[in-house]
Design a protein around this ligand. Structure first.
Ligand code: AMP
Length: 279
């Protein structure tokens, strides 16, 4: 397993794979790896000959008041976990390699990036994500790139970006990997205090109950109102709980409007958690 630090080197290494007729999978991450990330890597290994994992905490997707400085970093543990999975390359650029002096371009996604979910609370986020993911896709030129459904809106935004910019890559989604008690795995779960960690699985439990009530015919607005109250009663500050069309993320009023996805974001103390579920 090689750790690569410069754009020129990652390009050369990936070109060698392609010249040998080998397919390449890219798994973009911000490090502090958990079982969700490792499931993406395992799927990548099943689908392609070579696996590149990028580790880059991308300053462009954090607002000044967010947690870029304190975002968990766990380089040694990440390296050990990826080496146990026999990943081929770790692409770990520094901020100045990704954004050199004079860098002045930013993608401005619309469509699923402008539907009033994450974008309403983190307006800078998807511009930062699509800019860095486009760069990663152009640097590595993978056949497939894998993303988690945990960040459901992000998966839709990245898929649209690659299609709109004619980047020849297949974006592959992976269902959310959860702790035993249902909490979606996230690097940010490390921020939770013991009492917050005990309350955190409520989010998934409420989503599941909401989905089953909708399936058994409860009107969407009623089911959502009950669930929002349950989340707030459990001590969360709710950013949103919404029912959206699973493909377009457009608002839906009933199951007749198409496949429904429930998406939630809520804060427990200083930790912001997101989750989603299909109905
Ligand atoms: P991050 O390092 O948090 O930026 O995440 C890197 C990739 O891992 C993204 O595609 C995430 O959607 C994915 N991911 C994060 N948590 C999970 C999870 N619990 N299950 C599946 N994928 C995940």
């Amino acid at each position: 397993m090689r750790v690569i630090r410069t754009v020129a080197t990652v390009r050369r290494a990936c070109a060698r794979f392609r010249d040998a007729g080998e397919s390449i999978a890219l798994v973009p991450t911000m490090g502090a790896l958990h079982a969700g990330h490792l499931a993406l890597v395992r799927l990548a290994k099943r689908r392609c000959d070579r696996v590149v994992v990028s580790i880059f905490v991308n300053p462009a997707q954090f607002a000044p008041n967010e947690d870029f400085g304190s975002y968990p970093r766990a380089w040694d543990a990440d390296l050990a976990a990826l080496s146990a999975l026999a990943v081929d390359l770790i692409w770990a650029p520094g901020v100045r390699d990704m954004y050199p002096e004079g860098f002045a371009t930013r993608i401005e996604p619309a469509g699923p990036a402008k539907v009033g979910l994450e974008d309403a609370f983190r307006p800078h986020f998807f511009g930062g994500v699509t800019t860095v993911v486009a760069k990663l896709l152009l640097q590595v030129a993978p056949d497939i790139a894998l993303f988690g459904e945990k960040d459901y809106q992000q998966l839709k935004v990245v898929t649209a970006m690659a299609k709109d910019l004619d980047i020849p890559v297949k974006i592959v989604g992976l269902p959310t990997v959860r702790e035993k008690d249902g909490l979606a795995m996230s690097s940010r779960n490390a921020y939770l205090s013991a009492s917050e960690r005990a309350a955190a699985p409520t989010l998934h439990r409420v989503l599941k109950d909401c989905a089953s009530h909708i399936k058994t015919g409860r009107p969407l607005p009623d089911a959502l109102a009950v669930s929002r109250a349950q989340i707030e009663r459990a001590g969360f500050v709710l950013d949103y709980l919404e029912a959206r069309h699973a493909d377009t993320l457009a608002p839906v009023m009933s199951r007749k409007d198409g496949p429904v996805r429930l998406l939630v974001a809520a804060r427990l103390g200083r930790t912001r958690l997101i989750d989603n579920i299909g109905v």
